[in-house]
Write a protein that binds this ligand. Sequence first.
Ligand code: IPD
Ligand code: CA
Ligand code: CA
Ligand code: CA
Length: 269
Amino acid sequence: MNVETREEIYNQARAWVLQAGTIIREKINDPLTVETKSNPNDLVTHMDKETEQFFASLIKETYPDHSLLSEEGFGDDLQSLVDTVWIVDPIDGTMNFVHQKRNFAISIGIYHDGIGEIGLIYNVMDDILYSAKRGEGAYKNDDRLAHLRENVQLHEAILSLNHFWLCENRLVDETRMQHLVKTVRGTRTYGSAALEFAYVAEGILDGYLTLSLAPWDVAAGIVIVNEVGGVTTTISGEPVDMLGRNSVFTGNPAIRKPVIKDFIEKGKK
Ligand code: IPD
Ligand code: CA
Ligand code: CA
Ligand code: CA
């Protein structure tokens, strides 16, 4: 993707994200239609769907040769990431959206031939846009984000995790996760993968470790975290597959190996 094309797409995507955010803020106190998907805690609202539709129609109209990979069914059924693909989560953190009316984000990653070119994560209620273009640094609104801290030790790190690590799962022995939780300085849970990636990029989290994320949860975050010297891999240390689900570590490269080798890998049965 050449630089001028990317700049034009970035400006367009940024304008649409801010516009969608304004609409959500205006409607934040309107009655919500809440449905469940795979289980009673897997929520979706009419705002998730309307916001995705907003992006889908604009993208199709403006860029008919681009594809869309998205959560709520208005995207394309993609088998590959050739050409330009918008990877959209209209509301990441739907449970927060429903219960808290804050702590959720719009997340858009734009990939070209499988390479992440643009990342946008918009914390709607706080009006904070995290953004990045590959090779041009990452920003929190207009402020450039600093490179991640060097030589971070695990015992000085704050790690974002969720409760699934406490539940039985086939990947990790829970005693190892208890050990990890006791080893790090602190843990946090925010309930929006996209915001957790953004906080890693901002340096207020040193890592985020999570099970089974979809492409739209991670696409934008990967681009933004890369731009501050962070890394994102599966929890086996493999590259993330942008067409499938991945259990993911994103964060400071200094702690990635110890987290994977000394805790996750050791925990495998
Ligand atoms: C979810 C959130 C949550 C993460 C889940 C995601 P959604 O996205 O990012 O923090 O733990 O795995 O599915 O459904 O609110 O867009
Ligand atoms: Ca969802
Ligand atoms: Ca999501
Ligand atoms: Ca979502």
